[in-house]
Design a protein around this ligand. Sequence first.
Ligand code: SAM
Length: 275
Amino acid sequence: MASALQAWLEQINAHESESAVLRGGEPGHGHGHGGGGARSQVRQDNPDRTDDPVLNALYEVVDASTTVLDVGGGAGRYAIPLASRAKHVTVVEPSGGSVEELESIASERGIANITVIQSDWDTTKVEQADIVLCSLVLHHVSDVEPFIRKMGRKAKHRVMAVEMMEFPGMIESPFYQRVHDSNPTPLPAIADIMRVLWEMDIYPDLEMFPSTPPVLETDKVGALEYLRRRIAVVEGTPEDDRLQSAMTELLQETPGGLVVKGVKPQRLGIVSWRP
Ligand SMILES: C[S@@+](CC[C@H](N)C(=O)[O-])C[C@H]1O[C@@H](n2cnc3c(N)ncnc32)[C@H](O)[C@@H]1O
């Protein structure tokens, strides 16, 4: 049987090659630098929210003396609210668009205790911090062992990785199936991360959070634009016709937004350990 690290690498490589074929060799959108995602996964949440159980769990380990290093922090979904409680937050983020968004939100809110380093984690030089946070990034990283080891070296107290129990991209998979007549190789999820960590002799805690409905978007125009981008569909093609009929069949309006029928509610968890 392949090692967990080998299986992880093969899974991400298979996913990336399928995605590249669909895009005619273009890099993917949404699963990689730049992020993007269904509303329940990667939206730019209100920094003052009090109803985000993951953020509330992070608040429990952060006070005015805590330094945080947010690896692949995107546009600051956690970094911005954490900065209001922490001593300092450093974000390492390669995507120029996300860095720009984060810096503009920080300046609008007058936040002075965030430093943003525009770089890949693999190559960046950065000081240690009390907490190293990494949310929804690991499933993009094929060579994950050095990435995780570096997080351990940079954490004085704890590494905290936020990930999904159900595989990332599950919400769009019924559309992918109808448009491309195949199922994508899933990206790794929490169970795969646990196997990789155990193989690395790291035995983490796992805190799971309540499930959330599979909300894709709030409106149909936004949902179509999101799905075209995520599953590589060009407007006006036969694939686009199939996508739009799948949307008619699969999307259900709910007070929380457009839910995808047949997709299980999604759960986030924090996988954490002392370095
Ligand atoms: C799905 S987004 C998550 C963003 C943010 N952490 C959140 O939870 O909203 C994934 C992020 O990982 C970043 N990323 C991907 N590969 C990375 C790498 N090698 N080093 C650092 N960040 C990376 C992407 O640019 C993107 O911002």
